[in-house]
Ligand binder design. Structure first.
Ligand code: HEM
Length: 291
């Protein structure tokens, strides 16, 4: 079983996210086969949406629509999409051309709906300055958090991914005292030390992976993005199922105890989608299960 290598690799210096919708008048099979010749799972991680699976008459156990929530003063939208490509590299020019080749290969079955340019910031920080990814599982634990196993060829080594674009409100964030900022994350920005007495609304209190029953481990590969004067985080979490992410999100929005994550004071999600990420075989994504 082989996960797409880009899932396990560390976050690249530069990335481009392409999100596609489906042209209902065409059969996506040929386009997906063309994509499989271009996508190695490392420079291009691929996720397939439920509408494509349905069009192909295929069901992947565990795949479902992204949930939406309305909290006190915030929305968590669900914005399903047909296909997601995470282009990973060093050079934004190369990513642009790689993206154009993929777009051409998918034409006319898929329409390019959205493009987000993302980048590595500092030592792997969110644009608020906090280190992101500290509590990610590593090594074998990362594989067991992210990879489907024991389900047979074509499914083993696949993964599910939750993707959300978050837009930061830097004025709100900067109007908070440094203590409030640290309390909203639950870690000290200066040295990344976890705060022993963080409030229940602190982000790392809401999402502490060991505190769930069963434990809710995910492999986060989020990246900062910017476009003109807007900026934020593309939150990306891979999992062997979508259950762990969903348990965390429910707690963040306050579904369990009415306490919302303090992150919502200065950032908000504007998209939310789930995709199934096929495994790789011979350095190409393996669509044997669905095409
Ligand atoms: C703009 C949105 C977000 C930002 C800026 C953000 C930032 C952070 C930061 C700074 C940490 C602490 C360091 C670390 O362990 O990585 C963290 C931890 C974490 N975040 Fe987020 N996060 C965001 C959204 C989310 C969402 C939507 C989820 C899941 C629903 C999530 C799940 C987690 C998890 C599981 C941890 C580790 C908790 C632990 O086990 O200690 N985050 N996040």
């Amino acid at each position: 079983m082989t996960l797409q290598p880009g899932v396990l690799a560390s976050v690249p210096p530069a990335a481009r996210y392409l999100t596609f919708s489906l042209n209902p008048r065409t059969n996506p099979r040929r386009a997906l086969s063309a994509l499989a010749t271009l996508a190695d799972g490392e420079r291009c991680v691929v996720g397939i949406g439920e509408s494509v699976l349905r069009t192909l008459g295929k069901h992947i156990e565990g795949m479902r629509p992204f949930p939406s929530y309305s909290g006190k003063g915030f929305e968590v939208p669900s914005t399903p999409a047909a296909l997601w490509c995470w282009l990973r590299g060093q050079d934004r020019g190369d990513l642009l051309h790689q993206g154009r080749a993929i777009e051409a290969a998918l034409d006319p079955a898929f329409y390019l709906e959205d493009v987000i340019d993302a980048f590595h910031h500092g030592s792997g920080r969110d644009l608020t300055g906090y280190e992101d990814g500290t509590e990610n599982p590593r090594g074998r634990k990362a594989v067991s958090a992210a990879a489907v196993s024991g389900m047979g060829a074509g499914l083993d080594g696949s993964s599910f991914v939750a993707v959300q674009e978050w837009v930061h409100d830097f004025d709100s964030f900067q109007s908070m005292s440094a203590t409030d900022q640290d309390n909203s994350i639950g870690r000290r920005r200066r040295d990344n030390v976890e705060l022993a007495r963080a409030p229940a609304s602190a982000h790392v209190k809401r999402t502490a992976q060991e505190s769930f029953d069963p434990e809710a481990f995910v492999l986060r590969r989020s990246m900062p993005w910017t476009d003109g004067d807007r900026a934020g985080l593309v939150f990306v979490a891979f999992g062997k199922s979508l259950d762990a992410f969903e348990a965390q999100l429910r707690r963040m929005v306050g579904e369990e105890d009415g306490i919302a994550d303090a992150l919502f004071r200065f950032t908000r999600p504007v998209s939310g989608s789930y995709f199934w990420c096929p495994p790789v075989r011979r350095r190409r994504i393996d669509l044997g299960r669905i095409v």
